[in-house]
Write a protein that binds this ligand. Structure first.
Ligand code: ADP
Ligand code: MG
Length: 335
């Protein structure tokens, strides 16, 4: 509604040098090695990269939902609404989560409570965030189920989570996330567990809802195809760092990091209805337990030269608004 007016102007979320570690018995895993990016009001930002590159840890660090005993954000800032979320009290943080920032996860079964009806849970979310009475909240729950295209919402509000299909549960989760009209929705691989047709429906739904509500979306996925369909801008992560960031159009037109190019060549094979990657990028992701010398992608990179193994490349603009962390980005772009 108000989206078109504000899109692209105002910075909603400003993440600076975010650094998160996990502490094991004998080692420290540097899951995030200092990442910086912004989400503008009303935009959809894709966060893409292979499994283990730090996408979920980014989301959990922003929302401060990391396991307390084993993980810590050791540096950086998460600026949202003029404040650094990392400095808020736990109580203030609870006022942000599920209110101004909502999150949906891969497997909605783990986020929905099996002993309450779906309607009850959505109504509860509505009541936490508004002054609605119980019956008003229940009516709102029905309306939200209709909004996310669940047929027969009058009946479905009375369903328990196990009485719904996976796709329907994910829709219900989206309805719950929208109950509070968040300014930012973080969706962490929300369609990965679903079959391809349902995935496409859910993606279309997220795009459509975003356009109607003006909510900014941070869309986390390992699938560049999903990014192309849903996002305006994208950051590409590798081994806990951002290696490329650009508008979706620029990223596909001129991928400037060899890792991004590798990802583009390994588009999933959807014909079989599952996410099989052909071909894989050869080589393995480096251990995050040792400090990385040089570029973390160098061992797998067809462009690597001496400097790549010696000095860590920083993310720099190779075109206006298009950044790459690669010593040879100009040559890679033209390759
Ligand atoms: N609970 C955990 N305990 C220890 N290390 C973790 C944990 N969760 C994530 N990590 C580390 O952080 C890295 C990034 O994980 P994650 O953000 O979950 O990756 P993804 O991009 O697949 O979402 C992993 O490779 C792993 O080394
Ligand atoms: Mg993940």
């Amino acid at each position: 509604m108000q989206m078109h007016k504000t899109l692209g102007d105002e910075v909603l979320l400003d993440v600076r040098d975010l650094e998160t570690h996990f502490y094991g018995d004998e080692s420290v895993t540097r899951a995030l090695g200092g990442i910086s990016f912004q989400v503008k009001r009303g935009e959809t930002l894709g966060v893409v990269g292979e499994s283990g590159c730090g996408k979920s840890v980014t989301a959990l660090s922003i929302l401060r939902l990391l396991p307390k005993l084993t993980a810590k954000t050791v540096g950086g800032e998460v600026r949202f609404g003029g404040r650094d979320l990392l400095k808020l009290s736990e109580r203030e943080m609870r006022g942000i989560r599920g209110n101004r920032i909502a999150m949906i996860f891969q497997e909605p079964m783990t986020s929905l409570n099996p002993v309450y009806t779906v309607g009850h849970q959505i109504a509860e979310a509505v009541q936490i965030h508004t002054k609605a009475t119980k019956s008003e909240a229940m009516a709102k729950a029905q309306e939200l189920l209709r909004l996310v295209r669940i047929a027969d919402p009058e009946r479905r509000v009375k369903n328990y989570p196990h009485e719904m299909s996976g796709g329907m549960r994910q829709r219900a989760m989206i309805a719950m996330a929208l109950a509070c009209s968040p300014e930012l929705l973080i969706a962490d691989e929300p369609t990965t567990a679903l079959d391809v047709t349902i995935q496409a429906q859910i993606l279309r739904l997220v795009v459509e809802l975003k356009e109607r509500t003006g909510t900014a979306v941070m869309f986390i996925t390992h699938d560049l195809g999903v990014v192309a369909e849903t996002c305006q801008r994208v950051i590409v992560m590798y081994a806990g760092r951002i290696v490329e960031q650009a508008s979706v159009v620029d990223l596909f037109a001129r991928p400037s990091h060899p890792y991004t190019q590798g990802l583009m060549r390994s588009v999933p094979d959807r014909r079989r209805g599952r996410q099989r990657r052909l071909p894989e990028i050869p080589g393995i992701v480096p251990s995050l337990r040792e400090p990385i010398v040089g570029c973390s992608f160098a061992p797998r990179c067809p462009f690597a030269i001496d400097i790549c193994r010696e000095k860590t490349p920083i993310l720099r603009d190779v075109l206006p608004g298009h950044g790459a962390a690669c010593w040879r980005a100009e040559e890679v772009m033209g390759a």
